[in-house]
Design a protein around this ligand. Structure first.
Ligand code: CAA
Length: 386
């Protein structure tokens, strides 16, 4: 990461934190990433250390258990962690962007005291349950129901593709009071995953990010008290959309980390691998690949930092976050593909990290809004003033 270029300007303490995250990622996370990828084992010990370093609630004010850092610093930290292990990167990103952030933005002081504090300290883990079997890209028509009962609500139905679904202590779930109202009927609830009627039904066997769980959740008349409602009735869709705007910065940064790992590995391999009597790094074909990798990564990084900076300035950033995610995700996929090409046959084997980078990169074009959805958001910013 080009911290030395000093754009955007970070505070001295942020630079110190980012440098310690970079060192932690290199010394602690990277050495066990292959193990976690191969076994699918959740990186419990690493997440615990990250919690102690204040990385699970980075942007949450200190008053509510977080580190009170900027989105720019958060994006840099996600990049460093994801460069070492993309599974760990998404676990961190979901807790920070998709769970802590909406509670901080929409929660009552009581919700912040009781639910946000332990999440931001990393004592508890959160998941974000919006997608359903029939509603991925189009969540406005979601079908999970919330029925008003004495003292609260009962939630019923299925959510799927939920990152952290297996381990989460708190589930931010979106349910509708009346599906005929479309997005205006949706509410957001903070559900304790130990509640009766809440269960984890299925775990996906995935192409990449294998050490982060992706679960189907089932709500069987799951009772939640009135104070589990986040925001007001009918505000759920807005909460989901504004949350995803911030989440997309996290995924852009994750994609950057994956791409940077693939580039670093390609440079090292090309410097060592000899063909035709010289290192292949001397070949123009390889140099052109590396030049394009470097350019795409740096452009994606600047887009990601720009979206982060706008968010920190409390200016509109939906379009910039979508551009950052679109470009970073597609760049990561491109870089990982070329990284395998640079490695030749070796790159197609599990012995080299670029094989994992290739599998991990793909999801960044899909979750928190596919590349096609990012284009809709970007285009809406052009015509519809969103
Ligand atoms: N911020 C605030 N409000 C927003 C908004 C935003 N970014 N986007 C839309 N809205 C508001 C609109 O202003 C509108 O409000 P009014 O009714 O008051 O006018 C309302 O929401 C409806 O807007 P649209 O008509 O534009 O909504 P739509 O149904 O056409 O959807 C969409 C727009 C951008 C395509 C949206 O559906 C979307 O983002 N889809 C992708 C969903 C997604 O990213 N899913 C990923 C799931 S999470 C995940 O991956 C989990 C994980 O574990 C990693």
């Amino acid at each position: 990461m080009d911290l030395d270029r000093n754009w955007p300007s970070l505070t001295e303490s942020e630079i110190t934190i980012i440098e310690s995250v970079e060192q932690f990622a290199r010394d602690v996370v990277a050495p066990v990433a292959k193990h976690h990828d191969e076994t699918g084992e959740f990186p419990t010990a690493i997440i615990k250390q990250m919690a102690e370093m204040g990385l699970m609630g980075m942007m949450v004010p200190e008053q509510w258990g977080g580190s009170g850092l900027s989105t720019v610093a958060y994006a840099m930290a996600i990049e460093s962690i994801s460069k070492a292990c993309a599974s760990t990167g998404v676990i961190m990103s979901v807790n920070n962007s998709l769970v802590c952030a909406p509670i901080e933005a929409w929660g009552t002081d009581a919700q912040k005291e009781k639910i946000l504090k332990p999440l931001a300290r990393g004592e508890k883990l959160g998941c974000f349950a919006l997608s359903e079997p029939g509603h991925g890209s189009d969540p406005a028509g979601l079908k999970v129901r919330a029925v008003k009962v004495d003292g609260g609500y009962k939630i019923s139905g299925s959510k799927n593709w939920i990152t952290n679904g297996r381990e989460a202590d708190v589930c931010l779930v979106f349910a509708t009071l009346d599906s005929a109202l479309k997005h205006k009927g949706i509410c957001a609830f903070l559900v304790d995953t130990k509640s009766a009627g809440y269960s984890v039904n299925k775990l996906e066997d995935k192409l990449g990010i294998t050490a982060s769980s992706t679960a189907t959740l089932f709500f069987d008349d799951c009772f939640v008290p009135q104070d589990a409602l986040l925001g007001k009735e009918g505000e759920g869709f807005k909460i989901a959309m504004t949350t995803l705007d911030g989440g997309r910065i996290g995924i852009a940064a994750q994609a950057l980390g994956i791409a940077q790992c693939a580039l670093d590995a390609s440079k090292q391999f090309a410097a060592e691998r000899e063909q035709f009597g010289a290192p292949i790094s001397k070949l123009q074909a390889i140099r052109f690949y590396v030049a394009e990798m470097r350019t795409k990564i740096q452009a994606a990084r600047l887009l990601t930092w720009n979206a982060s900076r706008l968010k920190d300035l409390k200016r509109p950033f939906s379009q910039e976050a979508a551009m950052a995610k679109l470009f970073a995700a597609e760049s990561a996929m491109w870089v990982a593909t070329k990284a395998i090409q640079v490695h030749g046959g070796y790159g197609y084997t599990k012995e080299y990290v670029v094989e994992r980078n290739f599998r991990d990169a793909k999801i960044t074009e899909i979750y928190e809004g596919t590349s096609e959805i990012q284009k809709l958001v970007i285009a809406a910013g052009e015509w519809d003033g969103k």
